[in-house]
Write a protein that binds this ligand. Structure first.
Ligand SMILES: Cc1cc2nc3c(=O)[nH]c(=O)nc-3n(C[C@H](O)[C@H](O)[C@H](O)COP(=O)(O)O)c2cc1C
Length: 178
């Protein structure tokens, strides 16, 4: 174990350090004016149960940021293992992200992808300054889940597979949670 505390001076090293936190991978979508947009994101997280809020953040350099700011609906598609091609496709700013992609529009009008582990349909709640990112807080209006599918995992800058091994007991929710 290293006892040395690194100062946050080198952005590359800091990014690398943050990559120690494993996440799932989402393709978040919107379709303002009927034109679909999608972006691969690992910044999705839960926020509030009541009201039902979740969050994600978008780099200020993202070409599509203005579309995200004017959208009135979003779908957060949680990718399953085996969907790395979709992840790479929606992370490529210069690619034709939607060419040949199968999807349907959810009730709020945002594209929902097939084969995903879960999709959460959301409407805007708040946008906040997040430094070089914009933090989107969105309200979930409906969702679908497929617990039989396994999620794609992202860790240390690489895609991984979840190996549940032997689930630990006790399982969620613990008594200490209110
Ligand atoms: C696994 C993974 C996670 C990512 N997470 C985010 C994220 O949370 N926020 C973000 O702004 N970009 C994230 N990106 C990068 C964007 O997907 C990529 O820059 C995207 O093409 C930007 O969209 P644009 O076409 O509008 O520029 C991620 C990329 C990968 C591969």
């Amino acid at each position: 174990m290293s006892l040395h505390m690194h100062p946050v001076a080198d952005p590359r090293a800091f990014r690398h350090a943050l990559g120690q936190f494993p996440t799932g991978v989402c393709v978040v979508t919107c379709a303002p004016g009927g034109v679909p947009h999608g972006m691969t994101m690992s910044s999705f997280n839960t926020l509030s149960i009541d009201p039902p809020l979740v969050l994600f953040s978008i780099d200020r350099r993202a070409l599509s940021l203005p579309e995200w700011e004017r959208a009135d609906a979003y779908a957060i598609n949680v990718l399953a293992e085996g969907q790395t091609e979709l992840s790479n496709r929606f992370a490529n700013p210069r690619g034709r992200k939607w060419e040949g992609v199968d999807y349907h529009l959810g009730p709020q009008g945002a594209p929902v992808l097939p084969g995903v582990v879960a999709s959460y349909e959301c409407v805007p709640h708040a946008c906040h300054d997040g430094g070089d990112h914009v933090l989107f807080v969105v309200r979930v209006s409906g969702y679908r889940t497929h617990p039989e599918r396994r999620p794609l995992v992202f860790w240390q800058g690489r895609y991984m597979q979840l190996d549940p091994g032997r689930p630990e007991q006790p399982s969620w929710p613990l008594d200490i949670h209110y």
